[in-house]
Design a protein around this ligand. Structure first.
Ligand code: 8X3
Length: 277
């Protein structure tokens, strides 16, 4: 662990020590960076993603930095049956204290009358239905745990929303709708989990430079890179830091909603593309 971080951890209490943290979409972007950063907090990681080879590589590199447990599972959150059986399998072996619903994607930027309906299905199935499939059994487990445990042993769910879930922009249509649904589902989770010690948070980022736009524009890297021209976008580390600061809080603190934007961006329409002179 670097000296700077050690000093920082000496000041901050580590509420995450030995917590079991489940991350979906763990092999790239925000999910991968978060897994890497959490290692310094002595947590056990349960990482799921579609690409098992990438999971194995990630596990191997994380394993060099920790003696804590790292479990990996190939999982496509769109497949209801697989999600149910995989999570049951995980819960037989270890509890889950923190759920990071990170898996999600945007596909295309066509106007609603020209949109690719397969893209729509994929976004709805991943961003909304996948999040629900993963959350249901894990929250059920957290509620059972909450009834048994003392008040200090709390659980937490982080849902990755977006500025797109607050303000729709041209061509965003179905993607924006899926993120608005994530925000609404997070509010519902907080309402349904009233009087438990389970916290729920929406993290709603603006422009973050990961593989997000490369996936959205399906291999048109020039177009994808152009999204971040002229300003300093957020990077995965910025979101990872915010998530860690949100989950590393005392049991009585529930941060329910966070907007995080590049300084050059105030909303989808106010983006200063002449920020880098
Ligand atoms: C990502 C932010 O503005 O590209 O959710 O939709 S945006």
């Amino acid at each position: 662990m670097c000296r700077l971080l050690t000093n920082r951890l000496n000041f901050m209490k580590n509420y995450l020590k030995n917590k079991n943290i489940f991350i979906s979409g763990a092999t790239s972007g925000i999910g991968e960076k978060l897994a890497m950063d959490l290692i310094d907090y002595d947590v056990n990681l349960i990482l799921v993603a579609r690409n098992y080879k990438k999971l194995e590589n990630l596990k191997q590199s994380l394993g060099k930095k920790t003696n804590n447990k790292i479990s990996i599972f190939k999982l496509d959150v769109r497949h209801k049956k697989n999600v149910t059986t995989t999570i049951a399998q995980i819960l037989e072996k270890q509890p889950i204290d923190i759920l990071i619903n990170n898996a999600g994607l945007a596909l295309g930027i066509a106007k609603i009358y020209a949109g690719d309906m397969d893209n729509w299905d994929n976004m709805i199935d991943t961003n909304i239905k996948g999040l629900l499939y993963v959350s249901r059994p894990i929250i059920k487990h957290m509620v059972a745990k909450s009834n048994e445990n003392d008040k200090n042993n709390c659980s937490h769910i982080i849902n990755l929303g977006s500025v797109a879930g607050k303000i729709s922009y041209p061509g965003g249509n179905v993607y924006c709708a899926t993120k608005a649904a994530v925000h609404s589902i997070t509010d519902s989770m907080n309402a349904d989990l009233f009087a438990t010690n389970i916290k729920v948070t929406t993290i709603a980022p603006g422009a973050v430079e990961t593989n997000f736009s490369k996936i959205r524009f399906k291999g048109d890297d020039k177009k994808a890179d152009g999204v971040y021209d002229g300003f300093q976008p957020l990077v995965a580390e910025d979101i990872s830091n915010v998530i860690i600061n949100t989950i590393n809080t005392p049991p009585h603190v529930n941060i329910q909603y966070i907007d995080i934007m590049p300084t050059a961006q105030r909303n989808p329409y106010l983006l200063d593309k002449n920020n880098i002179k």
